[in-house]
Design a protein around this ligand. Structure first.
Ligand code: 5GP
Ligand code: MG
Length: 179
């Protein structure tokens, strides 16, 4: 693995390798298909951070799936603002569908709670959350994500889709803020 990197004013150290990420995603894909049997799964990927996770996960879920991208933004710099904006991009009927929300990271859980609430108003058959990273110590939501790749401590991470002030999304590995 490469060594520390610099993005703007901050230094980050390697944290989760590309190999580890990809092998865990493979397991997640298999777990999802096992749970849903032969049913169609509608994945709703929350942009921007989830694009890389979504792409790699989709390759590991066999059978019938649908994929749409939705967007909402709540995050500035290295701390959650607590403010969540509107859901955009959902232009299909989700009534009766089995939905899995794809997130890069569940931190306080506020974003995903809001998305879940908005989706439930449209009567899907079920709504679950699959996130690559989960920070249990920061979590304040109603229910923990059913599917997650890695539980991580409450420290800022970048890479593999996740940004620091829009930088670092292209990194193949996940890096942690150096302290
Ligand atoms: P929430 O606190 O609502 O669960 O998280 C909202 C969003 O904050 C996440 O989807 C993600 O975009 C961003 N976020 C939370 N923790 C981190 C982190 O450690 N690194 C980065 N890059 N983004 C984070
Ligand atoms: Mg996100």
């Amino acid at each position: 693995m490469t060594k520390e990197i610099h993005l703007k004013d901050k230094t980050f150290v390697p944290y989760i390798s590309e190999d580890k990420i990809l092998s865990r995603i493979k397991e997640l894909g298999q777990e999802l298909r096992l749970d849903y049997g032969t049913e169609n799964i509608l994945f709703l990927s929350v942009l921007n951070g989830s694009f890389m996770f979504t792409s790699d996960l989709m390759k590991e879920v066999t059978g019938e799936v649908e994929l749409s991208f939705i967007k909402l933004s709540s995050y500035v710099g290295t701390s959650t603002t607590g403010e969540v904006h509107e859901l955009i991009g959902l232009n299909q009927d989700i009534e009766g569908k089995k939905i899995v929300i794809l997130e890069d990271i569940v931190d306080t859980g506020l974003t995903v709670d809001r998305v879940r609430t908005m989706l439930k108003m449209q009567n899907p058959s079920s709504v679950e959350v699959c996130t690559l990273l989960y920070k249990p110590d920061a979590f304040k939501g109603d229910s923990a994500p059913k599917y997650f790749g890695f539980e991580i401590p409450n420290k800022f991470v970048v890479g593999y889709g996740l940004d620091y002030d829009q930088l670092g999304r292209n990194l193949k590995e996940i890096y942690q803020l150096k302290e």
